[in-house]
Design a protein around this ligand. Sequence first.
Ligand SMILES: Nc1ncnc2c1ncn2[C@@H]1O[C@H](COP(=O)(O)OP(=O)(O)OP(=O)(O)O)[C@@H](O)[C@H]1O
Ligand SMILES: [Mg+2]
Length: 363
Amino acid sequence: MATVTYETATRMFPGATRPAVSRLDLTIEDGEFLVLVGPSGCGKSTSLRMLAGLEFVNGGRILIGDRDVTRLAPKERDIAMVFQNYALYPHMTVAENMGFALKMAGVPKQERDRRVQEAARLLDMEDLLGRKPAAMSGGQRQRVAMGRAIVREPQVFLMDEPLSNLDAKLRVSTRTQIAALQARLGITTVYVTHDQVEAMTMGDRVAVLKDGILQQVDTPLRLYQVPANVFVAGFIGSPAMNLFPVDLVAEGGRLGETVLPVSPEILAAAHARGLDQATYGVRPESFRLADGQGLPVTVTVVEALGSDAFVYGTIAGAENGRIVVARVDPRRPPRKGDTVHLMPTTDEAYLFDPETGERLFSL
Ligand SMILES: Nc1ncnc2c1ncn2[C@@H]1O[C@H](COP(=O)(O)OP(=O)(O)OP(=O)(O)O)[C@@H](O)[C@H]1O
Ligand SMILES: [Mg+2]
């Protein structure tokens, strides 16, 4: 087992105008499950491939434990990787697929068999060892791909969107299995996904990337509650945080006719920066229905999920039809076409600097 450290690690592709990964500083603890998340093209796979030794590192270094691996070949790094396209050898059985890399590495048969048996037991696949991939479900094949990584007994697991070939339901059950397995094995794991729900449910900590730049690394709950900036605030959470441009006034942020409340400490922080305007953030669950005061919203869609209900609407009277989403009492949701008044809970509202996107917090 080992820690993983990126030290101002940079990858600049030939001919590119900016780095795909820019001065990444990140330390992953021994045994930790760290998720790299962000939109398409933000540099997740590149970061992982730099650690794997599949991508040249133009600047900075990468350490596994206290070993500088920046210039080492992939096979010298003691890692195992699970890809999105985990092509299995179709003519080999599950056991042969799992043991193949060990065979290539010259591991004796008895030792190979022991490790394959052990992995199959962990993955609950002992009955399937004699099957060929064609005769298995997508989820089972995915577990064989995990098995291939486990038998290597590496110091670090690297996974790049390993669930993206599975249907929605299977993704949910498989992500739970992977997280449980990782916790049991205690092997340091770096897991890439573009799916923020996957990131939040699986990661001990989550690192959010945008345009090759690390935005924040934190526990799922802290990312949700104290996002460093407007990007993280909007990316983490489903439905997403509502974000409105507001004019700052003595009592809060003015949007159209409505003044949205802001805590005095955060307003003071905005004034200390000399801001007249800001981006106002409020999560769907931080709205309450208020009689005649608050943001007037014409309901366009009601999503009643049973345990929850979300209403989507546009601000009544506003010209540009900005969409607002709020969580409401699932037993008494409003109806499509209704006009409701939504009031943010003052101490759950956020302000962000309109230029830099940074969250303003009590000084
Ligand atoms: N071999 C390459 N040559 C040139 N540019 C590349 C290469 N691989 C990736 N890039 C660029 O580097 C950036 C980061 O790509 P990367 O594959 O790391 O994104 P990602 O976050 O994994 O995205 P996705 O979610 O779509 O898989 C992108 O702008 C991409 O176009
Ligand atoms: Mg990728």
